[in-house]
Design a protein. Structure first.
Length: 460
């Protein structure tokens, strides 16, 4: 299996090189040159598999340069850190299936991919006798999951940028309380989009990228998306009868999680529809419902991991929407940079609406959903998950099974849950132990030059 750039400017690379490259050297994102399909019979044969066994069945189809025994060992080690034996269990509440993705070390869905990616990095670096400097941007959960995925690992330094004061207190503590020598937190005076722009700029400077061996943990790294494909298939196997289609409702910011669902569908998973749920930062909802992909101003919300305007992984979807025309993708992002928008044909917009439905859920509706869902079921939703549940309530009117992705433990966003319900959130040990821990973080302006200088000074 070889990997191509959405912008067509690199020679095809193998999986391990794709992992280490992160962002393609031409500024695009990497995708497999073909999507391996599975049959309905194969899908049925997977019903009795454990999560790690299923992960191997899916991931191995995209990986042909790691021996099978090594790949299975990497997968097993990655999911041994999860607190639930099913890794991503499914619970049914009030007619809705909740796919719990928060049983990892940082209580967020990012752990599913980043535990695997951290182990992949270590494996490849050991094999190649190389070092890696990870530079990532986070709106909250990616940073802590990435840090916990690589903390203390030989040959790796990690620099995580987050928008100062715009993550939840728990998210900030999960990042800044990790004092391992290879971990460096940078609080940026700006938005997540500012952080993401800085990271993309550093990755786009090929001389700097190569000299300091930069790698990516954001969902621009293909291995992140690949690991997330697995839990869509795992969930389907637990809620659907043979051949029956399901709806997935996905709270969405950077488009990576829902793109993993799109990939699962392209592989052969019976998906009726992918529901893209946004908060007030609703560029993707405007695009799907009105054909308007124009950048607005980031609004701070109850669901900070979704406080994003420019969704990186959207480029991967556009590559398929544009019939794998890399020149068309490049032109689209040149237009976005010049005009702050991308234009689409009516035929393209029609295809988008076949692939997705979307709803935007505001603060009041988020709080109402948390409150009502707890009243009706006794189950606590975090604000991101509540956005997905509310979108499903608004968009699904028939009896098709609905799986809502629960992307974080409610205790990570306790203030929002208290505001909604009036009750304190039971605090799990993983969060309680953060109280009073010493922290380390550097605060900077949203300036790529400052970040670059800090990396040079630190790495040497």
């Amino acid at each position: 299996m070889r990997y191509l750039s959405t912008r067509g400017g690199i020679a095809p690379v193998r999986f391990k090189d794709a992992v280490m490259m992160g962002l393609a050297d031409d500024g695009g994102l990497l995708l497999p040159e073909s999507i391996p399909a599975f049959s309905a019979a194969e899908l049925e044969s997977w019903r009795t598999l454990t999560y790690p066994q299923l992960a191997f069945k899916i991931i191995s189809r995209f990986v042909d340069d790691i021996p099978a025994t090594d790949l299975q060992a990497l997968i097993d080690r990655s999911y041994a850190t999860f607190s639930h034996p099913e890794v991503t269990p499914v619970v049914q509440k009030d007619g809705v299936y909740i796919l719990e993705l928060f049983h990892g070390v940082t209580l967020a869905f990012k752990d599913v991919a980043l535990q695997f990616l951290g182990n992949l990095f270590e494996y490849i670096l050991h094999e190649r006798h190389e070092r890696l400097t990870i530079v990532g941007a986070t709106s909250g959960d990616t940073g802590s999951a990435a840090i916990h995925g690589v903390r203390g690992k030989a040959g790796i330094s990690i620099f995580i940028l987050h928008p100062h004061g715009k993550t939840s207190p728990v998210q900030a503590l999960q990042m800044t309380s990790v004092l391992d020598e290879n971990v460096h937190n940078i609080a940026v005076d700006g938005t997540f989009d500012d952080c993401q722009d800085i990271v993309k700029g550093l990755m786009g400077d090929l001389e700097f990228k190569q000299k300091y061996s930069l790698g990516a943990v954001n969902s621009i790294n293909w291995a992140r998306v690949l690991a997330q494909v697995v839990y869509y298939i795992y969930a389907w196997l637990r809620v659907a009868e043979q051949g029956r289609k399901v709806v997935f409702s996905v709270p969405t910011g950077n488009f990576g999680d829902i793109f993993a669902g799109y990939m699962a569908q392209q592989m052969g998973l019976p998906v009726e529809k992918l529901l893209l749920a946004t908060n007030e930062n609703n560029i993707l909802t405007r695009f799907i419902n009105q054909g308007d992909y124009s950048v607005g101003t980031v609004v701070q919300t109850l669901s900070p991991s979704m406080d994003i305007q420019v969704a990186s992984n959207f480029e991967r979807y556009l590559f398929y929407l544009f019939k794998q025309d890399a020149a068309r993708v490049s032109a689209a992002f040149a237009q976005l940079k010049a005009e702050g928008k991308i234009s689409f044909s009516q035929q393209e917009l029609q295809q988008v609406r076949q692939d997705f439905r979307s709803a935007s859920v505001d603060r009041q509706a988020t709080l109402e959903t948390i409150r009502q869902f707890k009243h009706d079921t006794g189950y606590l939703l975090d604000p991101h998950t509540a956005v997905g549940v509310r979108a499903a309530q608004e968009l699904v009117t028939d009896d098709t099974p609905v799986v809502c992705l629960a992307t974080a433990h409610p205790a990570k966003f306790g203030e929002a849950v208290v505001e909604a319900t009036g009750d304190a959130v039971p605090v799990p040990p993983a969060i309680a132990q953060l109280e009073g821990l010493p922290t380390r973080c550097v605060r900077m302006q949203a300036d790529a030059g400052q970040v670059r200088a800090f990396i040079i000074l630190t790495v040497g």
